[in-house]
Design a protein around this ligand. Structure first.
Ligand SMILES: *Cc1c(COP(=O)(O)O)cnc(C)c1O
Length: 386
C-alpha cells in the first residue's frame, strides 16, 4: 500500500481534528473531468455544492469553469461568493422556501429544478411579483433503483424527490399556462455513490422513452440534466484517486439519445472532491478492551458522520508510524455508541499523539459537521495554507 504524502511536520502544529484538502489532486481531478467531458459538444458540469462548500475548495472548482448545483439559498450565496457565474447555477430541492426562491429570482440564476406542482405555482407567483420570468426544469423521478446505500437513493417512486413519470405531461401543460414560468428542461438525479454503470444506462433508457413521449406531443426540451451520483473507491483510495470519468461520460454518450440542439447537464459532487480530502485526527488514548484494543481519537461523528449515518467505510492510516501492524477499533469521543470510525482494522502500532488520516473525506464531511456535544466545528485547510 502506497501512502500518500502528508506533510506531518506541518500537520503537527495544527489544532486537530481538521480537514486537509490536497489541491494538487483536486486540480488534477478537475483537469481529467474537463478532458473526458469535452469530447461532447454542448455539456455543462455543475458542481454539487453540498458535497463540500469550503470557500477555498469552491474557488478552485469555480476557476476550472464548472457551474454550480445548489440545494438551498445558503448554497446559492456560497456559490456566488466563490465566483460561480449565476448563468451556470441550478437550484433543486423539495422544500424551497419563499426567501430562497426570491433570492434565486433576484440573482437571476439559470434554472430552478422544480420538484412539485405547488412549488411551480409559488415560483410563478413570486416571479410575477418581481416581473420576472423563471426558467424551470422538472425533476422527474424515474423510479430507478440505484445500487447504493438505501439512505442515498433518490430515484425510487417511494422517495420524496421529484415528479412521477405519470404526472410529467400534466405539469408541463400547467407550466405552459403560467405566465412567469419558462419551461426549459428535464432534470434527474437517481442517487449517490453509484459505481454500477447499468444504473446510469437505465436512467438513459428512461430519458429516451420520456423524450419520445414528449416529441409526439411536439414538446421541445432544450436542456437535459442527468444529475450526478458517480461513486468513488472508498476501499482503496490510492488505486483510484481520480474516478473513471471516461467510462461515466462514455456511458451517457452511448446510451442517451440527445435531440438536435439539446444541452446536456451533469451535477457531480462526491466524485470531484471526495478523494482530495482527509480528516486528520490525533490519537488520545489506546484503551485495552477484553477482546480488542481501541484507538480513541479526537475526531468524532460530529466531524465526519458518514460511518455513523451510513455505515460508510473510510480507509484509515496512521501517518506518524511505520511500526508493525496491529488490529484496532477506531472510535471518537462523542457520547454515542455509533461514534465509531472503523472496527477491526489494521494500523501501524499506534500510540498517544499519533496522527491518523481518515481518507476519502472530501465529500459530505466538513459540510455535514455539527456542534453536537458543544464541540467546535473542524477547520478545513488546503495545501497552500500549510
Ligand atoms: C447531492 C446531489 C447531487 C450530487 O450527488 P453526488 O453523488 O455527490 O455526485 C446532484 N444533484 C442533486 C439534485 C443532488 O441533490
Amino acid at each position: 500500500m502506497t501512502k500518500r504524502k502528508f506533510d506531518i511536520a506541518k500537520f503537527r502544529s495544527i489544532q486537530t481534528p481538521f480537514f486537509y484538502y490536497d489541491t494538487d489532486l483536486l486540480r488534477e481531478t478537475l483537469t481529467t473531468l474537463k478532458v473526458e467531458s469535452k469530447n461532447y459538444n454542448d455539456i455543462i458540469v455543475h458542481y454539487a455544492i453540498k458535497a463540500n462548500a469550503n470557500p477555498k475548495v469552491l474557488n478552485i472548482i469555480c476557476q476550472a469553469g464548472l457551474g454550480a448545483d445548489c440545494v438551498s439559498g445558503g448554497e446559492i450565496l456560497a456559490a456566488i461568493a466563490a465566483g460561480f457565474p449565476v448563468s451556470k447555477i441550478v437550484y433543486a430541492g423539495v422544500g424551497k422556501s419563499d426567501w430562497e426562491i426570491n433570492l434565486a429570482l433576484d440573482k437571476n440564476i439559470f434554472c430552478f429544478n422544480v420538484e412539485s406542482l405547488p412549488e411551480l405555482e409559488i415560483i410563478n407567483e413570486l416571479a410575477m411579483a418581481k416581473k420576472k420570468i423563471a426558467n424551470v426544469a422538472f425533476r422527474i423521478n424515474p423510479d430507478i433503483e440505484a445500487h447504493t446505500h438505501a439512505n442515498i437513493t433518490t430515484g425510487l417512486a417511494e422517495n420524496k424527490f421529484g415528479i412521477t413519470i405519470e404526472s410529467m405531461d400534466h405539469i408541463i401543460k400547467e407550466a405552459y399556462k403560467l405566465e412567469n414560468i419558462n419551461f426549459i428542461g428535464l432534470h434527474f438525479h437517481i442517487g449517490s455513490q453509484i459505481l454500477i454503470m447499468d444504473d446510469f444506462i437505465n436512467l438513459c433508457s428512461c430519458i429516451n422513452r420520456l423524450q419520445d413521449q414528449l416529441e409526439k406531443q411536439h414538446i421541445v426540451v432544450k436542456h437535459i440534466n442527468v444529475g450526478g451520483g458517480l461513486g468513488i473507491n472508498y476501499d482503496c483510495p490510492d488505486q483510484n484517486l481520480i474516478p473513471d470519468f471516461k467510462t461515466y461520460f462514455n456511458t451517457y454518450a452511448h446510451h442517451l439519445n440527445l435531440r438536435e440542439g439539446q444541452q446536456l447537464h451533469f451535477e457531480l459532487g462526491r466524485s470531484i472532491v471526495a478523494q482530495c480530502g482527509s480528516l486528520i485526527t490525533r490519537t488520545l488514548y489506546i484503551k485495552q478492551g477484553t477482546q480488542k484494543q481501541f484507538v480513541i481519537v479526537d475526531a468524532g461523528m460530529t466531524d465526519l458522520i458518514r460511518p455513523a449515518l451510513y455505515h460508510a467505510y473510510h480507509q484509515i492510516e496512521n501517518i506518524s508510524s511505520n511500526a508493525p501492524m496491529e488490529v484496532y477499533d477506531v472510535v471518537g469521543p462523542i457520547c454515542e455508541s455509533s461514534d465509531v470510525f472503523a472496527k477491526s482494522i489494521e494500523l501501524n502500532k499506534t500510540k498517544r499523539g499519533d496522527l491518523l488520516a481518515i481518507r476519502s473525506a472530501g465529500a459530505y464531511g466538513e459540510t455535514m459537521a455539527s456542534q453536537y456535544n458543544c464541540r467546535q466545528l473542524p477547520q478545513g485547510y488546503i495545501t497552500e495554507d500549510l
